[in-house]
Structure formats: C-alpha cells, structure tokens
Ligand binder design. Structure first.
Ligand SMILES: [Fe+2]
Length: 328
C-alpha cells in the first residue's frame, strides 16, 4: 500500500468500475505520486468514501449493474459538489456521455479503451479545476495567491505578475477614488485574472516565438475558463468582470466580448492597464523588459486601446510612485 505513506494533501482520485479487469488496468496506469488513487467496484462504496474524504476527481464507468454511471455521478454531485466528475464509456455509448455533460453530471468523458496519456492529461486538468474551484470558494486571499502562483509556475517569465498587477491596479483604483468593497474586488480580480491559464498547455504559454492562430485561439479562452469556475464559486460580480474582461480594449478590438469604451466595467479597464504595464516592464522569452520610462511611452501610445483618462491618471499617480520606490 504505497499510498499510505503519502502526505494528507495529495489529491485523491477515485476510479469506479464494476469490472475488476478494468480496475486492474487502471491500477497499472502510472498515475504519478502526486495523486492518491482509490478503486471501487461498487458505486455505493465509492459514495460512502466520498462522504468521508475530499475527492478531487472521480472517473466512473457508465454501465454498472448496481447503478448507472449517470446516476452515480448525479449522487456524487450531491455528496461532494466540488469533485470533478469524468465518465468513462464505450464508444457506442458516446451519446450517453455527452448528455451527461449537457446535464452537468459530468465535466468530461473518455472512451474505452482509453489512451493512458489522454487519461492522465484529463486527470491533471480535473485536479487543476478542483484546486481552482476550492481555492475560489475559500474566499481566502492567500489561497487566491497560491492559485495564481500555480499558473505562474507554468510560465516562469510571469513570476510575480499577478501580485504586481494587483499592486498597480489597487493604486490606480485609489487614485480614481474607488473605495471598498470594489477596491478589494479589484485586488482579488487582479490576483485571479489569469487563473484560466491553468487550462492552457505549458508549451503554448512558453512558446518563444510567434504563436499560430490556433495557439492564440487557445490562449484567448483563458478569460472564459476562469470565469466559468469563478461563477461556479459565486465570486462577486466585480471579481468575475476582471477575470472575464481584462483583455477587452476600448476600441472593441479585445476579447472575448469585443466590448467598447465604458461598456467595459471600470474594474476591468483598470486591471487591463496594470496588466499591460507589467507585461511591458517584465522580461519575456524573446526580449528584455522595458525600463519604466520606455514602458510609459509605449503605454501612453495605447490610448486608443486602453481607457485614456485612466492611462493619464496611471502615469501621473501610479508610475511615478512605482518608479520612485524602485530606488528605495
Ligand atoms: Fe490574461
């Protein structure tokens, strides 16, 4: 029982299938030691287990004599709502799996016979989503920070990015005269703004050259991915606005909604400026970061894309404060 020696915080993955041969094959699957795997032939036993322990991801067969996979996953949703539910199904029953997703009983499906690499990637994605949801639900800023750091680890060039964006955005919000509770929402939104990148493959995030259109389309989904989980966690609307709209541009050229001017919530316009300024002053795989003077010049040239009044305020009140503190 090598699992017993693992520390408590290792995410638990649960496999449920009435066929022992399938479970044996799953046991042989080299799920790495970051996870503790539990195997059940009886769905009722799996439900009892999930009542006792926090389960990050469950992978269930659909055709089982005691209970269908759909019924089991529906019960899992009730017993342990944060657990990410994956259905494993024969190709012939794909329709059942898709309707399970449409009815929200399942997050994804995988067909039998499965591809090990595909299954492991799906488990990783499920665990990332579970971490994201439970961190957001905790309403604990330090957990938001560690979530942001997990994303930053995927791309070493962004280390500290979320904290800096939060600092700049909060300063700009104060300069605008924004008070609580919006100020805290702006800080939390800034920390979480890129959390949807947890779903973007590392090789795309770290790619040193120009991205293909297809890769860029993947990156462009991160505001939506983050928002979906933030909404499930019932985060305040202003926090969700920052996650969803931080890539909107005032001329309508941004994504995902193509909003213009003041149709973009002010909290999102503020964070967009902080985000761009930090990107300009940070090193990238293909270039060194700009000095604060150069970054200011480039930033002010973006008045057609970023809110011009906020930009002016950012230059006057925030950049001067940041660059003077660089020498302290
Ligand atoms: Fe972003």
């Amino acid at each position: 029982m090598p699992e017993a020696s693992l520390p408590d915080k290792v995410p638990v993955i649960m496999f449920v299938d009435d066929e022992t041969s399938v479970l044996s094959a799953l046991r042989r699957l080299s799920v790495d030691s970051r996870y503790r795997c539990e195997f059940f032939t009886a769905p009722h036993d799996a439900l009892d287990f999930a009542k006792q322990e926090a389960v990050a991801v469950v992978i269930s067969d659909n055709q089982m004599p005691a209970m269908t996979g759909i019924e089991f996953l529906a019960r899992m949703r009730h017993v342990s709502p944060d657990t990410v539910r994956i259905m494993m199904t024969a190709y012939a029953n794909l329709g059942v799996a898709i309707s399970a997703i449409n009815h929200s009983e399942a997050f994804r499906f995988i067909t039998k016979p499965w591809d090990n690499a595909e299954l492991l990637a799906l488990i990783d994605e499920g665990v990332a989503r579970y971490d994201m949801l439970t961190s957001m639900k905790s309403r604990d800023e330090s957990r938001y920070r560690s979530l942001a750091q997990t994303v930053e680890l995927k791309d070493p060039y962004t280390r500290g990015h979320c904290d800096r964006v939060a600092e700049y955005a909060e300063k700009l919000a104060r300069a605008v005269g924004i008070g609580e509770p919006l100020l805290t929402c702006i800080r939390h939104g800034s920390i979480l703004h890129d959390c949807g990148k947890i779903g973007v493959p590392e090789e795309v995030l770290n790619f040193p050259g120009k991205l293909t259109l297809q890769e860029f389309e993947i990156i462009k989904q991160h505001p939506d991915w983050g928002t979906r989980v933030a909404r499930e966690a019932n985060l305040p609307e202003a926090v969700v606005n920052v996650i969803l709209y931080h890539h909107e541009r005032v001329d309508g050229s941004g994504y995902p909604a193509g909003l213009t001017g003041e149709n973009i919530p002010i909290e999102s316009r503020i964070v967009a400026i902080a985000d761009v300024y930090d990107a300009l002053t940070s090193d990238r795989p293909y270039r060194k970061g700009n000095t604060s003077a150069d970054a200011t010049e480039i930033l002010m040239g973006l008045a057609g894309l970023l809110d011009p009044q906020l930009l002016e305020l950012f230059r006057e009140k925030v950049i001067s404060e940041i660059s003077s503190s660089e020498f302290v």
